[in-house]
Design a protein around this ligand. Sequence first.
Ligand SMILES: CC(C)=CCC/C(C)=C/CC/C(C)=C/COP(=O)(O)OP(=O)(O)O
Length: 346
Amino acid sequence: MSQLTGPVPDTVFPRLGWVDDLVVPALREAVGALPAAEARVAGYHRGWTEADGAPVESTPRRGKAVRPALTLLSALAVGGSARDALPGAVAVELVHDFTLLHDDVIDGDALRRHRPAAWSVFGTSAAVLAGDALLVAAMRAVSDVPCRSAAAVAELVGALMELVEGQSADVAFEEAPAVSVPQYLGMAGGKTGSLMGCACALGGVLAGADGERVGGLREFGRRLGVAFQCADDVLGIWGRSRRSGKPVGSDLAARKKSLPVVAALAGEGAAARELRALYASPHPLAEQEVVVARELVERAGGREAAEEEARRQLAEALRALSYARPSADVYRQLQEIAWAMVRRDA
Ligand SMILES: CC(C)=CCC/C(C)=C/CC/C(C)=C/COP(=O)(O)OP(=O)(O)O
């Protein structure tokens, strides 16, 4: 199978116009209802406004909005309507934005979605508070639904706690002398899989699906999230363009334990030994060391292992999706999105 960063067709990451038509106005309403200072930071972070609050004139640097698409399609998959699932779609995108705002503060990352990260423009306190406000807005979105709100809130709360646990593990990995592939997969399941699983499960819950179908959707999203994180880690080292608006190589420079590195560090050969020595230094890697590390990770088999894991998780995701008994048409649409998420190049 081709490398994850290989050429992909233009249509590979379809922006679903009907999803944007439903979700964007609802998101604007939710963000507009935040306190003014937090709304301003959130509007900038979402790519709607400039730092001074003026609307963005050029092509907006927006996120892919894949989580809301998963929620709405999951509702359709079980015979429900996209409109019923809209509060869930809004909630998962608001939570996603909250996590990105906080993550950039935690990592000190200066770029997000190809623009200066919100904390670097508005300050750390403002970015943290905007993230907090988005989290509260997400809870409000699911608690305000006329029926099934208790199940929807429970779904979101469960995912949020796992998300925090996954992020916490990721931070701890930075100081850990060794991380195993199973430990990495547990972290990715929490950090990325939990919210994607929740995105899909919420679609089922809000459409009134039974537990078995909701479970299939949750597992589909969760596995897809892990596959997506594995692919994201590969892009972070070998991506051709800037993924998530971050410089390629920044993970290596920060000596992050991304999956290709974890797999390579566990190897036996000379390349693995050299990589272990390089990663043993407490300092960020210099530009030339990043080049050397990239080469060593590849020679030690880290890239192949991460790509293989992404494919394995994707196959498991699609197997789980069948337990939700989606219609053939919606299965095909979710399958296309799933493929696009793992084979994207940015
Ligand atoms: C509690 C806490 C702070 C958790 C942080 C967890 C975290 C940062 C997970 C990263 C997940 C990820 C791959 C995001 C990119 O999504 P994307 O490519 O869909 O982004 P986009 O919306 O910009 O397209």
